[in-house]
Design a protein around this ligand. Structure first.
Ligand SMILES: *[C@@H]1O[C@H](CO)[C@@H](O)[C@H](O)[C@H]1NC(C)=O
Ligand SMILES: *[C@@H]1O[C@H](CO)[C@@H](O)[C@H](O)[C@H]1NC(C)=O
Ligand SMILES: *[C@@H]1O[C@H](CO)[C@@H](O)[C@H](O)[C@H]1NC(C)=O
Ligand SMILES: *[C@@H]1O[C@H](CO)[C@@H](O)[C@H](O)[C@H]1NC(C)=O
Ligand SMILES: *[C@@H]1O[C@H](CO)[C@@H](O)[C@H](O)[C@H]1NC(C)=O
Ligand SMILES: *[C@@H]1O[C@H](CO)[C@@H](O)[C@H](O)[C@H]1NC(C)=O
Length: 471
């Protein structure tokens, strides 16, 4: 397709599915901003904008350079800005980029990165990151592996772990009894090793990643076991009040208070992760009315809470720019996962896509930063570059822009509708779950308790010793 004229014509606008649901006002917005560096008025504009943004985001990545570690963005702090999980999120963003644009320039880079970080048990728990390993961190890598299976991203060589089995491994380690306890009536903790800061916190994102993976695996493999876990997780999250009846999702709460001290901060990645999961449950159950209600309620709440005049807005931190590096990447997941959900639950498309189109336009409008006049900031609402630059800020815009091609993209496949990724129901078994109750206690109850304490202590010391060695 050749380059589109400066002013979109009715014909070029009609060429994209999105435009069919665009109100007239948006066409005018398009006209006004057409002098901007980045254009998204046609499929070819979207592709060239996305290509430039993908190049840009990869300037933050050095894992393919000699002496560097494949898969990760510079970090974790203080070694660099980024925690381990954001690398996993980056590869998911670039898998979507390939899926939507067809540009396979980075596929080898993505595969190398995704496979380097699988860890010894092929479950995304590499020992290097144990000291800050949360269920959410592991979950983000697992969700990127799941995405690779769903979009038929090229399968790794057969002697390497496969996308589906990696997603199953993450799920299985999180479904392990060692990760579940009775505090707060259930749910996953934030951190995995009990010696980590944050092990006493049960939060929405850790449980959201598990819910999301369960729902997607249920649909992909048409298997009720995964759906049962997703259902159970949703029920727990709502019963404990982490999601309220107005579909507000709160950050988390501490086990010391039996999860009654709910931190009410709301973040868009929570809505995104639960929305995509709910859409999969809706699809898996063939449009079950319970999931339809939940899905529609959450769609409305997300547009209510995280879009200001139809432009993505990170409500808890954007106003005073107190967003952390992590938070600076959430808008991208919001756009990408709301987009995918319109394929899984097509009745939501007319409500969601016009909002995302307008938001994406605002996203590119502010990409006018130095040195090239095309650098993106974080705030999309004001229309001007805000000087906040980084991998997350660029990933956000890349995700929003490449998702605009959804109208010509294939919906996520399943094992019975063209998916080629090989799975393994036992993937991840034998992993170090860190919190597993130690195996058979053969002496009496009283001694047993002592042994348990001794083992827990020894294991804590072991972890600390390992951390010192690692430092
Ligand atoms: C690393 O990947 C980037 C993006 O594909 C590429 O521009 C760069 O040349 C690569 N570096 C090395 C050392 O291969
Ligand atoms: C762990 O860290 C070492 C030392 O930096 C590095 O060589 C190795 O590739 C890392 N492993 C992973 C899975 O990142
Ligand atoms: C702790 O919270 C759970 C879930 O809300 C509740 O079922 C349980 O009764 C509570 N336990 C105590 C001791 O309050
Ligand atoms: C489930 O997803 C498929 C796309 O894979 C879609 O065609 C179908 O309409 C969806 N089912 C429901 C109930 O929305
Ligand atoms: C997935 O599909 C393949 C090919 O149709 C089939 O051989 C395999 O048994 C399926 N796997 C599961 C877990 O259903
Ligand atoms: C469904 O998934 C569970 C959990 O991984 C597995 O144990 C079971 O064998 C699967 N059932 C079928 C019918 O494939």
């Amino acid at each position: 397709m050749s380059r589109m004229p400066t002013f979109p014509t009715a014909k070029t606008m009609a060429s994209s599915t999105l435009s069919r649901v665009l109100p007239m006002a948006l066409l005018l917005t398009g006209d006004i901003v057409s002098a901007q560096t980045y254009k998204i008025d046609s499929d070819s504009d979207i592709k060239s904008t996305a290509k430039s943004l993908a190049e840009n985001v990869l300037t933050y990545y050095h894992g393919n350079e000699s002496g560097q570690t494949p898969g990760i963005l510079p970090g974790p702090p203080p070694a660099g800005d980024y925690y381990w999980w954001e690398g996993g999120a980056l590869w998911g963003t670039l898998i979507d980029y390939w899926h939507y644009t067809g540009d396979d320039s980075y596929n080898d880079l993505i595969t190398q990165a995704m496979l380097w970080q699988v860890g010894p048990n092929k479950d995304y728990m590499p020992p290097n990151v144990t000291a800050s390993l949360g269920n959410d961190d592991q979950g983000f890598w697992g969700m990127s592996a799941m995405l690779a299976a769903e979009v038929n991203f090229p399968d790794p060589p057969s002697d390497q772990p496969q996308w589906l089995s990696l997603a199953q491994a993450v799920f299985n380690t999180q479904a392990d009894p060692g990760r579940h306890d009775d505090t707060c009536g259930g749910g996953l903790r934030w951190q995995i090793p009990f010696s980590n800061n944050g092990y006493d916190y049960k939060n929405s994102i850790a449980n959201g990643c598990f819910f999301n993976l369960g729902a997607r695996l249920a649909r992909y493999l048409d298997n009720q076991t995964y759906a049962d876990w997703a259902e159970k997780t949703w029920d727990w999250v709502t019963s404990v009040g982490l999601m309220d009846s107005d579909y507000r999702i709160y950050d988390g709460a501490h086990v010391e208070t039996n999860c009654t001290d709910i931190n009410k901060a709301q973040f868009s990645y929570n809505n995104a992760v639960y929305l995509l999961g709910a859409a999969h449950m809706y699809n898996y159950t063939n449009g079950d009315s319970k999931w339809e209600t939940r899905l529609n309620g959450l769609v409305d709440a997300t547009i209510r809470d995280f879009f200001k005049n139809n432009v993505a807005y990170e409500i808890s931190c954007e106003e005073h720019m107190t967003c952390t590096t992590d938070m600076l990447s959430f808008k991208g997941y919001l756009h990408r996962w709301m987009t995918t959900l319109t394929q899984i639950a097509p009745t939501t498309a007319t409500k969601i896509l016009p909002v995302l189109q307008k938001s994406a336009q605002a996203a590119v409008n502010q990409c006018t930063g130095p040195p090239d006049g095309k650098t993106c900031g974080f705030g999309w609402s004001s229309g001007t570059f805000d000087d906040s630059v980084g991998a997350g800020q660029t990933m956000n815009v890349l995700g929003a822009v490449s998702s605009l091609l959804v109208g010509s993209a294939k919906a996520p496949v399943t094992n019975s509708s063209g998916g080629t990724s090989a799975g393994n129901f036992n993937a991840g078994s034998g992993s170090n779950s860190f919190t597993n109750t130690p195996a058979p206690i053969t002496t009496g109850d009283k001694a047993g308790a002592g042994i348990l304490t001794a083992i827990v202590l020894a294991s804590a010391l072991g972890t600390f010793a390992w951390m010192s060695l690692g430092a």
